[in-house]
Write a protein that binds this ligand. Structure first.
Ligand code: G3P
Ligand code: CA
Length: 266
């Protein structure tokens, strides 16, 4: 049950709302953070990228087409990549209508806005650095933003979920980030080869593979090296049960309500 402490004193299985409660609200918006908090989620996962003029914003895709009205607001542009838009341009976008008309006008949030809201709503943060090769130096920009919101850099209270974890599919980026934020846990997204786990275990804190590639043997191998395993993106209750059986430390889902019900089954 979630009340039983795991080896490090944290809950046995930590629930993470993927891009916010993205089954119920547009992903990577403040509305999705609110939806996750309202459902009782412990952690919210967000994707962070950088505009042309250096603003850190929440966006999953490296372009703005799928989850905003960028093509309507700025017709005929050569590029709709986040990296080619200024923060003033991004501010004009609607990141909610594509999901449902009831979310019309929902803006693309800045990381700063998300940090403030998540603190207020008392949810922890799983911060994915998305496509950092496109954004040289983004690890330092994120560290600087966190320094302006120092509550996020305080140690996590014993027996509670990590206040903040930084993760990426780009493991070299995580090495750089870990140098800048040595007291913040860092996660490697994807499946690290078993032979390489001891090397990464010298500095990383989590390996976070797709649930489709994580079986009990792999989970044990990672945990025996002293790292945690959070699996993504698990939306089916039976798949959640299977991963709890595999012994994962955390589950990332678009449906935090479904996951909390599964965890409560004990
Ligand atoms: O948190 C894990 C998951 O978000 C990684 O995949 O594509 O949804 O960012 P993606
Ligand atoms: Ca993500």
């Amino acid at each position: 049950s979630p009340q039983v402490a795991g080896a490090e004193g944290r809950p046995e299985v930590t629930d993470v709302a993927h891009r916010g409660a993205s089954a119920y609200a547009p992903e990577n918006t403040l509305a999705a953070v609110v939806a996750a908090a309202d459902l009782g989620a412990s952690v919210v996962e967000i994707d962070v990228q950088r505009t042309a003029d250096g603003e850190l914003v929440l966006m999953h895709d490296t372009d703005l087409v799928r989850t905003t009205d960028a093509e309507e607001v700025f017709p005929g542009r050569d590029s709709y990549d986040v990296v080619d838009f200024t923060s003033a341009e991004v501010d004009r976008l609607d990141a909610g209508s594509w999901f449902d008309p009831s979310f019309a006008g929902e803006p693309v949030p800045t990381l700063a806005e998300a940090l403030d809201l998540m603190r207020k709503r008392k949810v922890a943060l799983l911060l994915e650095v998305k496509a950092p090769a496109r954004y040289p130096g983004i690890e330092l920009d994120i560290a600087d933003e966190l320094a302006r919101h120092p509550w996020w850099l305080k140690p996590s209270p014993p027996g509670k979920v990590h206040r903040l974890v930084v993760q990426s599919f780009d493991w070299e980026s995580m090495r750089r980030s870990q140098d800048l934020l040595p007291d913040v846990p860092h996660g490697l997204l994807g499946r690290v080869d078993e032979a390489d786990i001891p090397t990464y275990a010298t500095w990383a804190d989590q390996i976070n593979p797709s649930h489709t590639t994580a079986d009990a043997a792999y989970v044990s191998a990672v945990q025996e090296a002293g790292l945690e395993v959070f699996v993504y993106t698990v939306n089916d209750a039976d798949d959640m049960r299977a991963q709890i059986e595999n012994g994962v430390d955390g589950i990332i889902t678009n449906y935090p309500d479904v996951l909390l019900d599964v965890i409560a089954e004990g």
